[in-house]
Design a protein around this ligand. Structure first.
Ligand SMILES: CC(C)(COP(=O)(O)OP(=O)(O)OC[C@H]1O[C@@H](n2cnc3c(N)ncnc32)[C@H](O)[C@@H]1OP(=O)(O)O)[C@@H](O)C(=O)NCCC(=O)NCCS
Length: 205
């Protein structure tokens, strides 16, 4: 019979931990100063106050009024420091052809002990959907995450009913790891949430 408690104190266990220290860690300097990522249709610029107007609908909505003004001021202050945060990377998605700001894409929830982060993306409105911006931005961040940044695992969650986003994530190689049932109320119907992830060792289509 194997004594698990004893096993955890064996030299083998220590060797595993040492090996763990030897594996290359996430390059945190690339979160503090994330580079601009350049694709064909979009480039991803480190998010800053200059992108606020293009992303107003995401950050504060379109409703006027003092509350919206106060919120906008707060967001603008946040955007001044967003670029320098050591634990996440926020980019504005900008079209290469005309320089329009069409969305944001984010790496967040850094788990530095396990070289893992979460991914999220949103375009500024439906008028921006289905031009390929989301797919290209996802691939750019995916390749940055598993390339220079050195992540081992990238996770995301998506509403089961969000077929457009599911297509983008499937195409990037994300794998379904689980389904949480009836989590969100969408248009009066309880929707499932799908957990997806990609490992550095997974195939990247
Ligand atoms: C999800 C999102 C980032 C995708 O970006 P996008 O630029 O619209 O996506 P793309 O144009 O790159 O690709 C969308 C694909 O889905 C397809 N699609 C659109 N509606 C679809 C539907 N109802 N069912 C299946 N596929 C659909 C498109 O045809 C396209 O596929 P194709 O390139 O093979 O033609 C964007 O739509 C968005 O910001 N949505 C709102 C926020 C959101 O849902 N974020 C994700 C939260 S997890």
């Amino acid at each position: 019979m194997v004594d698990t408690a004893q096993m955890l104190n064996t030299p083998a266990r220590l060797a595993v931990e040492v090996c763990d220290w030897l594996t290359p860690a996430v390059d945190l300097s690339l979160l503090r100063h994330q580079p601009t990522l350049v694709g064909q249709g979009v480039r991803l610029e480190p998010l800053g106050p200059q992108h606020f107007d293009g992303l107003r609908s995401l950050f504060v909505g379109e409703a006027p009024g003092p509350l919206a003004v106060a919120l906008a001021d707060q967001v603008k202050l946040g955007l001044v420091v967003a670029k320098e945060r050591p634990d996440r990377a926020d980019w504005a998605i900008v079209t290469t052809v005309d320089g329009h700001v069409v969305g944001e894409v984010v790496l967040f929830s850094l788990d530095a002990d396990h070289d893992s982060m979460e991914f999220r993306i949103a375009l500024s409105g439906p008028e921006r959907f289905d031009f390929g911006y989301g797919s290209e931005a996802t691939l750019l961040v995916r390749d940055f995450a598993f390339g220079p940044l050195g992540l081992r695992r990238l996770t995301l969650e998506v509403a089961a009913s969000n077929a457009r986003a599911r297509k983008v994530y499937d195409r990037a190689g994300f794998v379904v790891e689980g389904v949480r049932r009836a989590v969100r109320l969408v248009d009066g119907i309880w929707d499932d949430v799908v957990d997806m992830a990609l490992l550095s060792s997974d195939p990247r289509p």
